[in-house]
Design a binder for this molecule. Sequence first.
Ligand SMILES: Nc1ncnc2c1ncn2[C@@H]1O[C@H](COP(=O)(O)OP(=O)(O)OP(=O)(O)O)[C@@H](O)[C@H]1O
Length: 591
Amino acid sequence: MRFPSHTARLLAGIAREIGFGVCLLYTCVSATAFVAPLALALGVRPLVDGAYRHDRPQVVLGAVLAGIAVLLTVLAPVGYRWATIRMRERSVMVVQRRLLALTSEAPRLTHFERPEFWDRVQVLKRGSEDLANGMTLALIGPVVLAQLVSTAVLLGRLQPLLGLVPIVAFPAIWLSRRSERLKQSAEKQAAQPRRLAQHLFTLSTGAQSAKDVRVYDLSGELLDRHRAAAEAVRTKTESALFKSVAANAASWLLFTAAYAGALILVLRQVARGSATAGDVALTVTMAAAVVAGAARLTDLSGSVTRIGAVAEHYRWLDDQTTLVRRAALAAPPLRLTKGIELDAVGFGYGEDDRQVLSDVSVTLPAGAVVALVGENGAGKTTLVKLLTGMYAPDRGRILIDGKDLADLDLAAYRRSITAGFQDHARFEFTAAHAVGVGEVTRLDDKQLVESALEAGDARFVVDLPQGSGTQLGAQWTGGVDLSGGQWQKIAMARSMMRPSALLAVYDEPSAALDPQSEHALFERIAANARTGKADGRITLLISHRFSTVRMADLIIVLADGRILEQGSHTELMASAGLYAELFEMQAAAYR
Ligand SMILES: Nc1ncnc2c1ncn2[C@@H]1O[C@H](COP(=O)(O)OP(=O)(O)OP(=O)(O)O)[C@@H](O)[C@H]1O
């Protein structure tokens, strides 16, 4: 039962989080399952022989041992159920928390582009219990071995050939490991259709997709697709499952044949008078002990293979998500004097060769309000993702007051910026906390939250049933749902929790807002930009509404991932390029 050291460390860590007490209890309760048949076998011989010879002390000894065995057999399932449920509940939560930490602490988003990442997360979720059970193996393994050895010694004393019976369990162990590996590889192949089935389930049952599903009458289509995904899972896993069950059955048939042969030998000894009736009873009852021990050992060896595979997925994820955490990094500047310079930046997502941004060179001057415009898919949000360090450029550099962003401590840099995203998260906490998480170190700073609510034009929260203490999200008891625009205001207020950020990014912050709210929001963004001017704060705004864009100090026009034009509103209108054309088009539409 050897684990590589990283697996052993991982298991020890999980055991610590679950609690060593629960793990020990689970181990003891599991151990009784194969100790009880041994006690019974040991009790049966003196019981039978004592009764036959009218030997009272022998009968009492046998009865006590058999009684203990029966008691253990009766109590073990109850204890086992209790311990298993506790183990399972805790282990699933612990592994979930670890996965949560692994993925949410990853500084960049690169891993999300890789289907392999999602497949491995899926396998890990399904294997979380294996991982949690892993550390009990180290404790149970020696107990099982001791039980098998003592069984072999007892049987060997009766008839030397019988002592060899437990050895027949070894082919079963070998086969079990092989079939476990087969199952693991099938599980990996089935991960994608399994995820698809889960996605279809979420689409069918989720509140977010409920309207589309009904309007387009998609329930039948989703069911059909779910059926097809389930069928794909079945075809990918069935053969491995069949081979594993067949190998298991074959090895146990071999074992049964060997045991039956041994029993015949003992019966022949009885006929010759060299064995007693108690010996026969011992041999018969010992079968249960050997089977229990050998089965457990087979199980354990299968688990070792399974845990090894699950731990490997865990390590892969850890490597993927910590890749960029390593290098020793410099602190970001406290204030900007020059600004942020993009120097020949190029970028493409995933392993795709397609460049989403090419040769982007521009300076966002310190203290300026900069607007980024361009058609859908031009690369605006991608540029924001690079500026906020979610991805690293494939080519070129991003210089923060002359310091390469690649050399900065990313976590510290992130603490010095703020952002309101178009596809913002909906934190279903209390309204105050959904805003407060914008600066988690001041989550409960009522005054700051109040002013952020004000600055984000989210004063509507005072009218909620419990004001800013109202739980958001209709799926929670007492929770209320918000409109799309209200959620966006909460997201904007969240971004205002860092009023002295060096870089404030707003990616289409007014997409869901009514005209008055939009106007009020831009007034506030402009006011915020003015107060931060002395510190060199840069406000970067993405918007398709040219009436708001025109107030920016610098307007950058992106097209197909390249900078097409840049300048102030007046300069761009004078140059009569794409910006002027789009501006005129929108203005005409409103006239
Ligand atoms: N996570 C991603 N993985 C792969 N490709 C992506 C990803 N996100 C965006 N893209 C691609 O990058 C290109 C630029 O997308 P981006 O979101 O930057 O455009 P945008 O200018 O912000 O568009 P919009 O105005 O519609 O928000 C698009 O062609 C899009 O398909």
